[in-house]
Write a new protein. Structure first.
Length: 109
């Protein structure tokens, strides 16, 4: 079995994701305009953001041969993730999401 790499994390986080999990800080959503120009405030929208910034990354998921499959995302990446594919956690009164790497749909460049 290969030696596990150290978990990459920013100094802000006090939580370390396990395996193929990623800690994401949800992106603040600004007020949007409807097609007719009406401003829709954030409080009127019930849906949570599906975008965020990666704050911490687990070491990866063990493969069939118990080798660790490295993560595709890294700390600082802006990502789009599945609408219902995360767990909410609060750290120091700030909201974060724990997302499995398989629920991350894209990295925004």
């Amino acid at each position: 079995m290969k030696k596990q790499s150290k978990v990459k994390s920013s100094k802000m986080s006090k939580i370390q994701p396990l395996f193929d999990k990623v800690l994401v800080k949800p992106e603040e959503v600004a007020d949007e305009k409807s097609p007719s120009g009406i401003i829709i405030p954030d409080t009127a929208r019930k849906e949570k953001p599906e975008r965020g910034v990666v704050v911490a990354v687990g070491p990866g998921k063990p493969g069939d041969d118990n080798e660790i499959i490295p993560m595709s995302v890294k700390v600082g990446d802006k990502v789009v993730f599945s609408k219902y594919g995360y767990d909410e956690v609060k750290i120091n009164d700030e909201e974060y999401y724990i997302v499995a790497e398989s629920n991350i749909l894209a990295v925004i460049k």
